[in-house]
Write a protein that binds this ligand. Structure first.
Ligand code: SAH
Length: 346
C-alpha cells in the first residue's frame, strides 16, 4: 500500500485518520504541531508520542520534505531565490524578500502554468501539474529552515495560477493559517490571479480574509487579449464585477497589479482609463516595471513614464505605488530560474 502524505492532512483529517487506526483523537493535535509548527522531519522526533504509534505512522505515512536545489542571493537587498525539488523531481521556485513589515515568501502553486501571459516566463513550457496544499506550505517550511528566520507574509505570486488550482490553494491557505501550525494570519496572505472570474466569486464566499491581487495589465479588452489570453474568456467588466463582489463580501481592499511595458500600456491615456475603471472602488494599484525576459520582446517603461502613470492615478484618487524591484541582480522574474533548470537538464 502506498504511504499517505501526512503533511497533506488538515487537523480535522488527521483527527479522523488517527481514530481510523484505533488511536485516541487528541494525538492528532500533537502530531499536527510537530509537523506544521516544529517542522520535524521524522516521527522519532515526536517525543510525546508513544513508540508504538510512531511506528504505526512510520509504516503507513510519510512527512513531506522539500529539498532546496539551488539558491540565488541578491547582494543588493537580501532577496533569496530558491529552486525547490518536489518528490516527483519537478522543480518550482520560491522567493524570499525582506520588507519593512516582515519577511515575505512568494510561493508557487503549479508546476508550470496554462495561462500563457506573453510577458511571463512561468508559462513558456506550459503546465505539468498542480501542487498539493502541503507542497505549497512546504516551500515556507523549507525556506524558514534554510534562512533560520520566520516568514510573516506569504504571496501566491510564484509559478502557476492559484485560482486554476483552487481546492489545493484554499486548503494551503487554511493550513498556513492554522494556529496549531505556521499560524500566519490570513490578512498576511495574498492570492494573485490573472482573473479566473468564477473562482473569484467562489473565493469571496470562502470568507478567508486573504488579500486578493488582480493581474490587470491593460484597460481595454483588445489590449488585454494581446498580452493575456485569459482576456478571451472574461472581459474586464466581468472581472471588475467579480472584484466588487469580493470587496462586498469580505470588506477587503483589492490590489491591482499593472506591469508597465514600454509602448504597450504605459501611456497617459491608459493611466487615465485605469483611473476611471477603478475610481471609487476599494482598491490599490501596484505598478510593476516589467521584468524583461530573455526573449527581449517586452521592454521596461522609462522612469518618467512610470512616474507620470503613478501621478495620474494618485491625483485621480486611486492609491498607487510602484513596486520596489527586489532581486534585480538575480533571475528575479518568476519562472526564469526553473526555465534555466529545465534547459540545463535537456
Ligand atoms: N498567475 C497569477 C500569479 C503568478 S504571477 C497571476 O497572474 O496573478 C504574479 C504576478 O507577476 C502577476 O501580476 C503577473 O502578471 C506578474 N508577472 C509575470 N511576469 C512578469 C514580468 N516579466 N514582469 C513583471 N511582472 C510579471
Amino acid at each position: 500500500m502506498e504511504k499517505i502524505n501526512i503533511s497533506e492532512l488538515s487537523l480535522e483529517e488527521l483527527s479522523e485518520y488517527i481514530q481510523s487506526i484505533g488511536e485516541k483523537k487528541f494525538h492528532a493535535k500533537q502530531i499536527f504541531k510537530w509537523i506544521h509548527r516544529v517542522h520535524v522531519e521524522s516521527f522519532d522526533e515526536m517525543t510525546d508520542i508513544s513508540k508504538s504509534l510512531r511506528e504505526k505512522l512510520q509504516e503507513n505515512t510519510y512527512i513531506l520534505k522539500l529539498e532546496i536545489l539551488e539558491v540565488q542571493k541578491s547582494v543588493k537587498d537580501g532577496t533569496h531565490k530558491f529552486l525547490i525539488k518536489l518528490p516527483d523531481n519537478n522543480a518550482i521556485e520560491s522567493v524570499f524578500m525582506v520588507y519593512n513589515y516582515g519577511n515575505t515568501l512568494c510561493v508557487s502553486t503549479q508546476v508550470g502554468c496554462k495561462m500563457g501571459c506573453k510577458f511571463c516566463a512561468s508559462t513558456k513550457n506550459g503546465w505539468t501539474r498542480n501542487l498539493q496544499a502541503s507542497e505549497i506550505e512546504g516551500q515556507i517550511i523549507a525556506v524558514e529552515k534554510y534562512m533560520n528566520q520566520k516568514i510573516s507574509n506569504v504571496v501566491y505570486m510564484g509559478i502557476g495560477e492559484p485560482l486554476d488550482n483552487y481546492d489545493n490553494v484554499v486548503k494551503s491557505v487554511k493550513l498556513i493559517n492554522c494556529p496549531e501550525g505556521l499560524g500566519i494570519g490570513a490578512r498576511h496572505i495574498s492570492l494573485s490571479t490573472s482573473g479566473l472570474v468564477p473562482n473569484i466569486y467562489k473565493l469571496a464566499d470562502e470568507m478567508l480574509q486573504a488579500t486578493l491581487s488582480i493581474s490587470l495589465h491593460a484597460t481595454t479588452d483588445e489590449k488585454r487579449k494581446e498580452i493575456m489570453p485569459v482576456a478571451n474568456r472574461y472581459s474586464i467588466k466581468e472581472l471588475l464585477d467579480a472584484c466588487r463582489y469580493y470587496i462586498s463580501k469580505t470588506g477587503r481592499r483589492i490590489s491591482f497589479e499593472f506591469a508597465l511595458i514600454s509602448d504597450v500600456n504605459d501611456d497617459e491615456k491608459t493611466a487615465k482609463e485605469l483611473a476611471k475603471l477603478l475610481r471609487g472602488m476599494l482598491a490599490h494599484v501596484n505598478l510593476i516595471p516589467v521584468n524583461e525576459l530573455k526573449d527581449g520582446v517586452f521592454k521596461k517603461s522609462k522612469e518618467q513614464n512610470i512616474e507620470r502613470f503613478m501621478n495620474i492615478l494618485n491625483t485621480s484618487g486611486v492609491i498607487t505605488t510602484v513596486r520596489r524591484e527586489l532581486g534585480s541582480d538575480i533571475d528575479a522574474a518568476c519562472g526564469q530560474l526553473r526555465q534555466k533548470h529545465i534547459e540545463g537538464n535537456k
